[in-house]
Design a protein around this ligand. Sequence first.
Ligand code: M6R
Length: 609
Amino acid sequence: MCGIVGYMGSQDAVPVIMNGLKMLEYRGYDSAGICTMDSGDVEIRRSPGKLVNLERLLKEQPMRGTIGIGHTRWATHGKPTVANAHPHKGGSVVVVHNGIIENYLALKDELSEQGHIFISETDSEVISHLIDEKMDSTGSFEEAVQQALKMIQGAYALCILSKKDDKTLIVAKSGSPMVIGIKGNEYFIASDMPAIISNTREMIIMEDGEMAVFRNGGVKFSTIYGVEIAKEPRYIDWSPLKAEKNGYPNFMLKEIHEQPQAIKNVVAGRLLEDEGNVFLEELHLNDEELRSFERLCFVACGTSWHAALMGKYLIEEYCRIPVDVEIASEFRYRDPLVSGKTLVIPISQSGETADTLAALREAKNKNAHIVSICNVIDSSIARESDGVIYTRAGLEIGVASTKAFTTQLVALYLLTIRLGRANGSIDLKKGQEMIAALSELPAMVEKTLELDLQIEEIACEYLTSWDAIYLGRGISFPIALEGALKLKEISYIHADGYPAGEMKHGPIALIDRDMPVFILAPNDRHLVKVRSNMEEVITRGGKVVALCSEGDFETGKRADFTLHIPWAGEALSPVLFAVALQLLAYNFAILKGKDVDQPRNLAKSVTVE
Ligand code: M6R
């Protein structure tokens, strides 16, 4: 899930590519590299670590050329070293690659026997050598690429240059995203539109099995089997959002604080107060069609999967429709039981997560109707769905999902009302109540954000802990999972979330005086049971932080710390608990001196399996 950028035109390629890569760093920041072609001279610069290191290198060793390709890497095969950084060069051929070549070892053995010398541990390097080998036999860059691609198994988006055909740039795609921006005779290529939209709004979206050959100011599209195809650009009318910290020390804190507004955005124009309903035209489904689904199936990964779990609680409770929640990477490989009577709902902030996209395609092949919940407009998942509920969270830069998550929860709440009103399980009065509850939510999020100082104190107290446990029951269980994930990914403290009632079936063995246990105890139907679970922890010497509802002075009496979270009703309070747990993870990470926006080993958009 790397980011790739290519350019061919009349400008100096380096700044165009570097600007594009900056917009793609969310795809990975293990290393970065760039290659330009200038009158047959191939120049390559590569640097381990974040893009800023490559920028520094380019200042020391500038390069020029009006054709170029660049890459920002999230390491899969091979450590994040210079040798493993893209672009990779095999003979005369240079490539940048996003995806995974699954048969690279066999190809590498074969090519090594033919005399090719490999310098990296990557799967990607094999592509350059393979094309180089094919160039020797075919004498044609284009044919060599076609022949090589037919031998490759796995996923790829590629930009390819060859010293032997120095006026040509070739791109190809299968499984990994690729778009081409066109402005007169200039071509901007990228994994994602935001990388190039400041240059042009005329975009061509590449489909699997397609390639494009740029030469002499023109472009020719074909399949990888050489069948020419016509592709028309479409005008992209949305504006790129600017990544600015607006005075915050980092993007994560800014995005946490943007949640009141983000929640207002997700509901804006969608509430039909009098009808106790919501307006979700983008579903492209009327009441009768909504009623026709026998079941719903969410597919998602990571934080979005936690949102899906909360969606299950909401929809089963209020709409009485059976809901499955599937981890996308598992779903696609087990011949899932979906049919035309299943509404499949992929949830994804980026809309590019490879596993979620593949799950969507699998469900589509089985005739399921697809309505996705996405943040990024025009992303692959959004484009391939029959309907999309956009979460309107705005640009999320921090790798740890915050406002994307809470807006997903609110979008799911809206979907619940829509489904429940369609099948009659939510009546007019209940619908009106559910909508009214939303109006208070942004202010309550503001109030939750004011707990920051208390939360910082808690983080200070447990800063040396190696592990933490998060407990919740019912609709709070997915929030416990999400709280634990937030802590893990940005502070590197091991944390697990459990349904509070499961503790005694194993995890309670972990409890000792060094183990902080964060217990989600909202004022809902599970409160009495959660109090008992809390006692079980206290009895065994565990350290308890009780997250209770405002006005509840009972639950936290025997806890080491208590946080009082505003009460927004059973269905919406999880949003507020999620915000408190974001702040908790944030404070841990900052106190430990970690980079919260770009935590180690992670990437914002996971475009490999
Ligand atoms: O873009 P997506 O929502 O599809 O991403 C799914 C996960 O990779 C993502 O939620 C990940 O778990 C977050 N970094 C967690 O904060």
